[in-house]
Design a protein around this ligand. Sequence first.
Ligand code: GLN
Length: 325
Amino acid sequence: MPPSRPDGSVIQELLEVVHDRHRHIDDGEVASYIPALQRANPDHFGICIVSTRGDVFEVGDSQVEFTIQSCSKALVYAHALSVHGRAKVLERVGIEPSGDAFNSIALDSSNRAFNPMVNAGAITTAGFIEGADFAERRAKLLRCFSAAAGRELTVDETVYASEAETGHRNRALAWLVTNFDRMDPATNMQTLDLYFLQCSVRVTARDLAVMGATLANLGINPLTKENVFEMASVQDVLSVMSTCGMYDYAGEWMFRVGIPAKSGVGGGILGVVNRQLGIGTYSPRLDARGNSVRGIKAYCDLADDLGLHAFNFMNSGSHFLKHVI
Ligand code: GLN
């Protein structure tokens, strides 16, 4: 008799083991520099995996809402590339890891933001969400994010107001890139507002996993089948997520986990295993770099146990997962 094939319950069991292993870790702090983020429950912990075939596996607080924060940067970059193309986007924002913190006030040697995953680059990239007025731009942004999640997403108005009230450093970054012609001075403060809004969209770990699976599935949401991003943009987005998605932890992350990912100070991490699956984790206690402590642990385990690292020998042509899900 041939050996029996493992089925999806292997993944579900693994999620439960990983969740149980790390749910008592209480290292790290909930972000407080945006005052409204402090309302998060520090004990919440959810993990979700969505395959490009549309299977969903989830555990813990995977359906608790929190603000997407910087995970949004990957989606807005994908939108900008899809609508405007690589050349236009590259004119305004680079693709080199900065090695600096996410809010660093620094530009590259041609006076562009280093990459779209740090705040200076993300604010610049929000300029590519165009519209006749703010309402139209807001609607376009929410439509894109909702399509990627496969459900109607809303804005946390308290976090949004809190960001706008306290985001003086981001305001300074918007003016800095405007000074070097990367943003239109007539609309740069509106674009900054749109950036605050994109960070304040409410999502769950499950939403992040569906968004990740949409990128993994060549831009098509595997649950709704909607074509959200241009196929050609996905390669560029995943490349930049690989090199810059975890800020000044990006090198160690790629070495250790090996999955293109994007973290946010709300406690989410969105990961993409190309052509296979999306992963979303949520746990709001952050390390000094602004990455979720339990989220990192969960990704390390999943990468090891499922052989998900881009250069892992088991990850040759989706070998393992093809058999499981
Ligand atoms: N809204 C946050 C900020 O601009 C996003 C930062 C993050 O998630 N790293 O500071």
